[in-house]
Design a binder for this molecule. Structure first.
Ligand SMILES: NC(=O)c1ccc[n+]([C@@H]2O[C@H](COP(=O)([O-])OP(=O)(O)OC[C@H]3O[C@@H](n4cnc5c(N)ncnc54)[C@H](O)[C@@H]3O)[C@@H](O)[C@H]2O)c1
Length: 609
């Protein structure tokens, strides 16, 4: 996202962001900064609790993690033992169960993010861990048996998209709290049924259920600070946001096209078994390894690859996966299980997997400028895209480009938008009307998610009349006065309000402010789980997870509505879609994607294999 910036410009932007956040807290929340240092939170632990206003829990919530694939293991890595005790895991693939205990040893960074239960909870070995953590798989009833386990109070769901709704529904019917991964569900009606159930059902103690969805940016301190700066007025009037998620995947090397255990037939008729060959070269490397650390790493990888190879013995049809055909190309149930993102029945393409995160971020930024705390919904989208590069190995598109119109917010006279036209006397009296009063006032968001070239990676650029804020890869934040990427700035108070200013010292960026601005690099998973556990243990009305059903459903409506626009565009119609407000309302049965409440209810009632 910041590919055009030199290292010096990045350093300037990072400095400016730290200075601005430091100033923000110094002016607005001085006690908060002291608190952070007071509890030692600058070093990481407890920072989320300070930011999001939750405390410790006396009795960790007993959870099951259902689906321990790639993301399930990130979530296990985000479990804080003082908040949640993992009492069960559930997955049908030996590889996923192995990673859940031992972690993902492919590289130091994968291991850091997916450390495994042994590391998180300090078990000496798998046998010991299995005494405390029950494993539900194909041999003992899988998901349904896991949900019936009396030890479990809450479930974390990291299953393929099409299973989120039925598993969440079955869990809520049993009085279990739910944290499900995003997208909330596979269609909008499923989201509505889930939301209604969360309002209706109670836990075993008679308390309301907490249904959280894993859009982790709601718990990312960097985004929270960005919101503070936007609300404080440092960017002025926001008129454009551009966001992207570009990846280098090409045919034959696509991170969504995971290797198939047991191998695949190539065009020349031979079998290509990537897992087996990766296993073999690690076994060979181990014979030559002299460094004990390297030898241990290879042994761990070999155990992991053996578990992955064992996935070939699973019969995916036992769990509802199907053989099917698209335009004469046959796909196996094994492909559907391992590459579920690529197919319409099990996934919902780029907008569900990637776009939903960034449109969620856009909504966070734009909603922050409203005083009623409501989530802003887009007015319309123009979308195009398709399978522009990949062969017929998928149903979903590999390129998507969209343009959204959002209603522009009102700016009061106290908010300095950073301009004044004396000829027009504009803005009159200092205030700028929002879309409700002046339909010209819109914020346009351009978004693209493509394969084939990862130039610029992923992130969001927020453009305002006073400043530019860049969020790069969920971790790095840079701030500039207008479009000036070379000047270091601090914050000073001018007649109109607070502004980024080259003559301000930026001394606030001294250690205390820098700690608040930088914090530990957390993408929010840990905080999202901790806060969910805190809300479960503290069932007061004001304790509510930040990505609650209306918010998560809004993200789903945007992603799935965009998919409708894309389909229209690809069938010779217009790719323009106006968003209807009823689509976003839990109590309305209206949906953009043709899904129905009756259909969703029927689907979600059926036990999951
Ligand atoms: N928040 C984020 O940033 C983020 C990132 C990646 C993925 N995700 C979401 O997490 C979810 C999982 O994605 P993933 O990348 O981990 O996929 P994955 O394919 O790696 O993992 C899914 C797991 O579910 C298991 N599973 C499938 N059907 C099952 C059944 N019937 N019973 C038991 N286990 C079953 C599979 O064996 C697999 O281990 C998706 O909804 C995805 O969108 C979120």
């Amino acid at each position: 996202m910041v590919d055009k910036l030199s290292p010096d410009q990045k350093e300037v932007g990072t400095h400016n962001y730290h200075a601005a956040v430091g100033s923000y807290y110094d002016v607005n929340r001085r006690d908060f900064l002291r608190g952070i240092v007071g509890v030692g939170a600058v070093s990481g632990a407890g920072l989320g609790a300070m930011y999001y206003g939750y405390g410790k829990v006396n009795d960790p919530v007993r959870v099951a993690v259902i689906g321990t694939g790639d993301e399930g293991n990130v979530l296990i890595g985000g479990c804080t033992p003082e908040y949640v005790q993992v009492k069960a895991i559930c997955d049908v693939r030996p590889f996923s169960v192995h990673r859940a205990f031992h972690g993902e040893w492919t590289s130091p960074s994968t291991l850091e993010r997916r450390p495994g239960l042994l590391s998180v909870y300090g078990y000496p070995n798998e046998a010991q861990a299995r005494k405390e953590i029950k494993v539900y798989d194909a041999s003992n009833g899988g998901i349904m048996a896991c949900l019936d386990d009396p030890e479990i109070e809450a479930v974390i769901i990291a299953l393929p998209l099409f299973l989120h709704a039925p598993v969440a529904a079955q869990a809520m019917e049993r009085g279990l709290h739910v944290l499900t991964e995003k997208l909330m569900a596979h269609d909008v009606a499923q989201c509505k049924v889930m939301s209604r159930m969360a309002n209706e059902f109670k836990d075993s103690k008679g308390n309301p259920l907490h249904l959280a969805t894993g859009h982790q940016r709601h718990y990312n301190v960097k985004y929270d600070n960005a919101v503070n700066l936007i609300r404080w007025g440092l960017l002025g009037q926001i008129h454009h946001i551009r966001a992207q998620w570009h990846r280098s995947n090409v045919p034959g090397a696509d991170s969504w096209s995971m290797p198939i255990p047991g191998g695949e037939k190539m065009a020349n008729g031979k079998i290509f078994d990537k897992i087996k060959s990766d296993l073999a070269y690690r076994e060979k490397d181990l014979l030559d390894a002299v460094d004990p650390v390297e030898a241990n790493r290879l042994r761990q990888q070999i155990a992991m690859f053996k578990a992955w190879d064992a996935d070939k013995a699973i019969d995916p049809k036992m769990f509802g996966y199907q053989d099917f055909e698209v335009k004469g190309r046959k796909f196996s149930a094994m492909e559907e299980l391992h590459r579920w993102r690529l197919f319409d029945r099990t996934g919902a393409g780029l907008m569900a997997e990637l776009g939903s995160h960034q449109l969620d971020a856009v909504s966070i930024f734009l909603s922050s400028l409203r005083d009623d705390g409501k989530k802003v919904h887009p007015l319309s989208v123009h979308a195009v895209g398709g399978r522009h590069m990949m062969p017929l190995d998928r149903e979903c598109e590999d390129h998507v480009y969209c343009m959204y119109e959002f209603p522009g917010p009102d700016y009061s006279a106290e908010f300095d938008v950073g301009y004044y036209d004396k000829v027009e006397d504009y803005p009159k009296g200092g205030s700028v009307d929002g879309y409700d009063k002046d339909p010209n006032k819109k914020v346009v968001v351009t978004y693209s998610t493509i394969n084939g070239n990862g130039f610029g990676g992923w992130g969001e650029v927020v453009l305002g009349t006073k400043g530019t804020l860049i969020l790069d890869s969920e971790v790095d934040v840079m701030l500039y006065r207008n479009s000036d990427t070379s000047s270091k700035v601090g914050v000073s108070k001018k007649a109109g309000g607070y502004v980024l200013d080259t003559s301000a010292s930026g001394d606030y960026a001294a250690p205390i402010a820098q700690a608040a601005a930088a914090g530990p690099v957390s993408r929010g998973y840990r905080e999202e789980i901790e806060h969910w556990a805190y809300c479960i243990r503290n069932p007061d009305k004001e304790n509510r997870v930040r990505c609650y059903p209306e918010v998560a459903m809004g993200d789903a409506v945007i992603a799935l509505g965009t998919n409708v626009a894309l389909k229209n565009a690809n069938s010779g119609k217009s790719g323009y879609l106006e968003f209807k407000e009823e689509w976003f309302q839990i109590d309305s049965d209206e949906t953009p994607d043709g899904s129905t409440i009756a259909g969703a209810t029927d689907y979600m009632k059926k036990p999951v294999a």
